[in-house]
Design a protein. Structure first.
Length: 383
């Protein structure tokens, strides 16, 4: 169990922007932080984080390795900061080295983390995860420094099994991240969100689906050039998510509509709001400039490889369990899969040949509403 009076042994899995920042922040708080990364030679033990208020946070990484056995066995907390397509691989690599009392979690849960972790680690492992990432951040110099572009005012956490251990985790992370933590009822409430799984695909569909070419004379600004069609798409996809939530055992106040979350009333006001967010400034669509000087969409970037198979498809997969239609989500998925050269949907049916390499619940032994109820330890769904 978490003991707030002493340093914790923490292992972070993943060396992306969140891995950089969590390593710096948690070690700065006095915890013993190790890092499991594919590129340990590119890191230095000292790491520097600069936040959006020009505050500098200096941290120290106790151990760096690409071998799980060297950094996992002593960890009380293991925190995954990896994209969805690496979760299974990471969980398999750490499974045999976990302490029996270790708690394993993820900073992103909309990618299917809980289904995968329960499937690979078993029901006896204590799991936890956040609804949204604690920071908007970017790597400044790989292995050395990163920048926090924005903080979340409140963080939401769930665990399995829930109860006293999750409350202790909430207290721990509230102190570690200097932010209030809301403890949710179960992991479905941190898995189903209208953040990246809806936000990114809606924007890309709004940005590109009406274009007749993949070649452009400039790089698009992802948020600062946000338009009303992107907002309309996001609102419609979110409406389908909200209808799904009505039939699930969740506290819908913890997953507000996209308009409520962004304090907007319609597509036009949502566009203005998203364009105005400072933490989103300067973020570009992932594009490749070729020898002809034009910019081409990179359909292999994480807006596609993460937010579709380990994001929007998970929403679709749960909708399938309760036989709910999702026409707007389907339209986005159909367009995106064509650009990716994949097949996830056959028409509106979830039966494409590329589904095995996704985070959908059906891949992890959940094929009926009753099985979803059992996995959540709740009484029944409203279907």
């Amino acid at each position: 169990m978490i003991n707030m009076t002493r340093s914790k042994h923490i292992c972070i899995c993943g060396g992306g922007s969140l891995g950089h920042v969590l390593a710096g922040v948690l070690s700065h708080k006095g915890h013993i932080v190790s890092l499991l990364t594919n590129h340990p030679a590119k890191w230095q033990p000292e790491i520097s984080i600069t936040d959006c208020n020009s505050k500098v946070i200096e941290g120290h990484i106790h151990a760096l390795s690409d071998r799980a056995e060297e950094v996992i066995s002593s960890a009380e907390l293991v925190i995954l900061c990896v994209p969805g397509f690496l979760i299974e691989q990471t969980l398999v690599s750490i499974k045999n080295f976990l302490s029996p009392t270790a708690q394993v979690g993820s900073v992103v849960c909309s990618n299917g983390f809980f289904w995968m972790a329960k499937h690979i680690l078993g029901d006896n492992t204590s799991l936890f995860g956040f609804q949204r990432v604690p920071y908007i951040c970017r790597v400044t110099e790989y292995g050395k420094s990163a920048a926090i572009k924005g903080y979340k005012s409140v963080l939401k956490l769930a665990g399995s099994p829930s109860g006293d251990s999750v409350e202790k985790l909430s207290s721990f992370f509230s102190e570690a991240f200097d932010a209030p933590i809301v403890t949710l009822n179960h992991y479905l409430e941190v898995t189903l969100t209208n953040s990246n799984p809806l936000l990114h695909p809606s924007r890309i569909y709004g940005m590109l689906s009406r274009e007749k070419t993949d070649s452009f004379d400039h790089e698009f600004l992802f948020y600062e050039e946000w338009d009303d069609f992107s907002s309309e798409t996001l609102i419609n996809c979110d409406a389908e998510l909200q209808r799904l939530l009505k039939r699930l055992p969740v506290n819908r106040q913890e997953i507000p509509s996209i308009l409520d979350y962004y304090e907007s009333t319609d597509a036009a006001s949502l566009t203005r709001k998203i364009r105005s967010i400072n933490a989103f400034k300067g973020i570009k669509m992932s594009m490749i400039q070729k020898e002809d000087g034009h910019y081409y969409i990179d359909y292999t970037n994480r807006y596609f490889t993460e937010d579709i198979p380990y994001g929007l498809l998970i929403v679709k997969s749960i909708a399938k369990l309760i036989h709910q239609d999702t026409p707007c989500i389907d339209a986005v998925l159909q367009w995106m899969q064509t650009k990716m050269g994949k097949q996830y949907l056959n028409g509106s049916s979830l039966e494409g040949k590329d589904l095995p390499k996704t985070g959908i619940v059906q891949n992890f032994g959940i094929s009926t509403p009753e099985q979803l109820c059992t996995s959540l330890h709740v009484v029944r769904l409203k279907f």
